[in-house]
Ligand binder design. Structure first.
Ligand code: SAM
Length: 177
């Protein structure tokens, strides 16, 4: 079975977080994650819209919901990474992680992160020691950690794909060789 690189997004609020949670899931998918689980309020619209994108744009990407964060993390059979600005420098952690090919669970907080999440994680990792967002954190982490070719690779079963067309990104004269 293919290696799992799954996100656990905590504390989703249907009204306030729909866009950001959806952007976390889409970014995770694009940057190479294989699945997305969220906790907090159940949001069927969110699930439908992510499934729809995954179906049309190809590859395999799952979306699930969990009520029990602690149980979910403890049951994870692989490495657990929590992204937080209070963590260690991600460049050092990624060097270590690259030596393993276990499944990986990557936890992203929401408004609040319970203490036990830090304790249950094998790694608490910062993407810089400044506050920013779940979307930036997952994109930078996966971009540094996984194969960058994934970003431009064809995805199996896609019914839509971008046709890169030079005329659409016409460079101005100054940048032509
Ligand atoms: N005070 C929170 C914290 O602990 O990072 C900020 C909440 S932030 C809006 C929501 C989530 O984005 C965090 O729980 C974390 O997963 C991620 N995040 C934000 N800044 C980060 C950083 N510098 N490094 C890693 N993850 C970060």
């Amino acid at each position: 079975m293919a290696r799992k690189i799954e996100i656990l997004r905590l504390d989703h609020r249907t009204v306030r977080d729909q866009r950001i949670t959806s952007h976390v899931a889409l970014s995770a998918r694009t940057f190479g994650a294989t699945g997305f689980t969220y906790a907090g309020e159940r949001d069927l619209n969110l699930e439908e819209s992510i499934k729809d994108v995954a179906k049309r744009w190809g590859g395999s990407f799952t979306i699930n919901y969990t009520e029990k964060i602690g149980t979910f993390i403890r049951a994870w059979d692989g490495i657990v990474v929590h992204l937080t600005m209070y963590g260690e420098d991600h460049r050092d952690a990624v060097d270590v992680l690259r030596e393993y090919d276990d499944d990986i669970l990557i936890i992203l907080g929401g408004a609040k992160v319970p203490r036990y999440v830090y304790e249950l994680s094998d790694f608490n990792i910062a993407i810089g020691w400044q506050p920013h967002s779940e979307v930036a954190a997952i994109a930078v982490f996966l971009y540094d950690y996984l194969d960058k070719n994934l970003l431009y690779a064809d995805r199996e079963g896609a019914s839509i794909r971008i046709n890169p067309n030079n005329s659409k990104s016409k460079r101005s004269e100054r940048f032509k060789n």
